[in-house]
Design a protein around this ligand. Structure first.
Ligand code: ADP
Ligand code: MG
Length: 245
């Protein structure tokens, strides 16, 4: 059986009276990319925040590589997860280099090892090494998003959580960053959970799909199996609306 990188066991999360995640159970496979697809408000971001312990469920448990998330030791668990969000979320007062290597410095990596990893990542993401000394505001949105991916990858985490990382980009930039994303996955395969509301992006980048609606899973499986056998009309329409766009 394939290893599970991220597990949810009967997880329920409320905001006030609203059940945002509703008794959700899910095992996300190791070494592949799983896209979480759903319309705005379906609970996608909440699911990722539950995964990295930013928020705690009222019921149920989250497991990371088969270990129940221990909220007393979050920094340790988070070393195994990269996390990148829409709009890059870079520290504006730090240079590109400082943004990317921050975590490794906190982990007291040797400078040589840090610089080697830094160079490897910026080359993989197609960034100019000269950017190292620049500040985020002097970069385009696409370049910032690439830096954000480098930062999330710095510690070479076995699990990468991406919350709509490419949504704010123009179509051409998105296209080229998709190419880099696929290169990254080919160079160092890991479990990637990619949240997106864009089915076309999901089909291009992911092997598995999770269709989320109102905090519940409508369907989970390989891209092909869901395409061939959508569980209901709602899921079917997600594919159709993509074609008619
Ligand atoms: P998605 O990422 O799929 O758009 P979210 O997970 O952000 O959805 O949100 C799911 C639901 O939870 C929405 O109804 C949203 O308004 C609500 N929600 C999210 N975060 C909060 C919060 N911090 N406080 C209150 N409600 C929230
Ligand atoms: Mg969201």
């Amino acid at each position: 059986m394939q290893a599970v990188a991220l597990g949810f066991d009967h997880v329920t999360k409320y905001y006030g009276d609203i059940r945002v995640i509703d008794d959700l159970s899910l095992g996300i496979k190791d070494k592949v990319t799983t896209a979480i697809v759903g319309e705005s408000g379906s609970g996608k971001s909440t699911l990722l925040q539950l995964a990295n312990g930013l928020i705690k469920p009222e019921r149920g448990s989250v497991t990371v590589f088969h270990k129940v998330l221990d909220y007393r030791y979050l920094p340790k668990v988070r070393r195994t997860m990269g996390y990148a969000v829409q709009g890059a979320g870079l520290f504006p007062h730090l240079t590109v280099y400082q943004n990317i290597v921050l975590m490794a410095q906190r982990e007291a990596w040797l400078t040589d090892k840090i610089d080697e990893r830094f160079t490897f990542l910026i080359e993989l993401l197609g960034l100019d090494p000269e950017f190292a000394t620049r500040y985020p505001h002097s970069l385009s949105g696409g370049q910032q998003q690439r830096v954000s991916l480098c930062r999330a990858m710095m510690l070479n985490p076995p699990l990468l959580l991406l919350d709509e990382p490419f949504s704010a980009l123009d179509p051409l930039t998105r296209e080229s960053i998709h190419g880099e994303f696929l290169k990254l996955q080919a160079a160092e395969s890991r479990a990637i959970v990619l949240v997106t509301h864009d089915m076309e992006e999901a089909l291009k980048l992911a092997e598995d799909l999770v269709i989320l609606k109102d905090g519940q899973i409508l369907q989970h499986g390989s891209v092909d199996s869901i395409k061939e056998n959508p569980v209901n009309e709602y899921v079917e329409r997600l594919f159709v609306s993509r074609v008619s766009q």
